[in-house]
Design a protein around this ligand. Structure first.
Ligand code: ASP
Length: 324
């Protein structure tokens, strides 16, 4: 009884201080952790959303790139940050695949975070260096199979979307390739442009302008339907790889314990950013679109994350790709 009373007093105090915190929130610069290198696809999404959210919240949101280990280093940093609304964490599908890929993680993908909302679901594209010999996906598969000891596949580390897509591609093609990990597909793209690596599967938010400029070759998109901004690029599923489909959903989180009124203020600002004509236009130019705003809520992200963990766990275990 006494304990219950104590909790009631402490909980009320915590709630009260949460409210007080929320009333003058935000009163200083907010940091958004992106768990990949600057200049990559997740960084691009984060910078667009952060700028627009910052306008709504009347405070600047700066991006901190904490790349490495497929997003898990940045996730660990975000999980340990003070739960005061001044550290946010933007991650993608990797938040749901890492628990199955890593035997031990220094955080829990679900319980270490407060979900804020879903943001966008970005298509991926299979792309290669400009002078890669294959002219379409069928030829790429034939070439890769015939040269599997020398072809290199670039990705952003175990747990990244490019790694996941590469794993699915290798399974679908029936080959095992030499893979080259980077801290993000931003730096991987630089090496693809320079011809140091052969091919990768990466988000349209990173590949669209390079495909359009003709500096890299594109072979297919991983969505069910063609992406309007890349109308000439066929879907993988319609050609050489029937049923091949993967999208890179993104979500925004805060560390566990961030007061609910603060989370609500952030979710409101997130929804406003997804209605921002500039964000919609830039997303569209980059081959994607915001989720419907009723998905940009803590409940929708919480449900989606759990579903995705349940979906990918068995697929990854079957593929047998683990890190220690
Ligand atoms: N989204 C990552 C990045 O921004 C790449 C990946 O997940 O493959 O670099």
């Amino acid at each position: 009884m006494k304990l219950k009373m104590l909790c009631a007093v402490a909980c009320l105090a915590a709630f009260g201080s949460g409210l007080a915190q929320a009333q003058n929130y935000p009163n200083k610069t907010i940091t958004m952790i992106v768990p990949f290198a600057a200049g990559g696809p997740t960084d691009t999404v984060a910078r667009l959303v952060a700028q627009s959210m910052g306008t709504t919240l009347k405070q600047q949101i700066i991006i901190e790139n904490v790349g490495g280990a497929g997003g898990t280093i940045g996730a660990a940093r975000a999980a340990k940050a003070a739960p005061d609304g001044y550290t946010l964490f933007l991650h993608h599908i990797g938040q749901s695949t890492a628990p199955a890929l890593y035997r031990k993680l220094p955080y829990d993908a679900i319980t270490s975070f407060e979900p804020i909302g879903l943001i966008t679901d970005v298509p991926m594209t299979v792309v290669a260096r400009g002078n890669f010999p294959a002219k379409d996906m069928k030829e790429l598969i034939t070439y890769v199979k015939a040269n599997k000891d020398k072809v290199t596949y670039a990705h952003a580390g175990l747990g990244s979307a490019s790694h996941l897509c590469g794993m699915l591609l290798q399974t679908a093609m029936g080959v095992e390739l030499t893979t080259v990990p980077y801290k993000g597909t931003g730096p991987a793209m630089n090496d693809l442009l320079g011809g140091q690596v052969d091919f990768m599967c990466d988000q349209t938010t990173n590949t669209t302008s390079q495909i359009k400029s003709g500096k890299i070759k594109a072979y297919g998109v991983t969505t069910k339907t063609v992406v309007p901004s890349l109308p000439n690029l066929p879907t993988l599923a319609s050609g050489a790889l029937p049923n091949f489909e993967v999208g890179v959903w993104h979500g925004l989180y805060a560390p566990k314990g961030t007061p609910k009124p603060v989370v609500d203020a952030l979710a409101n600002a997130l929804r406003a950013s997804l209605r921002d004509p500039n964000v919609i236009k830039r997303f569209s130019d980059l081959g994607t679109e915001p989720v419907p705003t009723n998905q940009a809520t803590p409940e929708a992200l919480r449900t989606h994350l759990k579903q995705q963990i349940d979906l990918w766990g068995p697929i990854i275990k079957k593929a047998g790709a683990f890190a220690d």
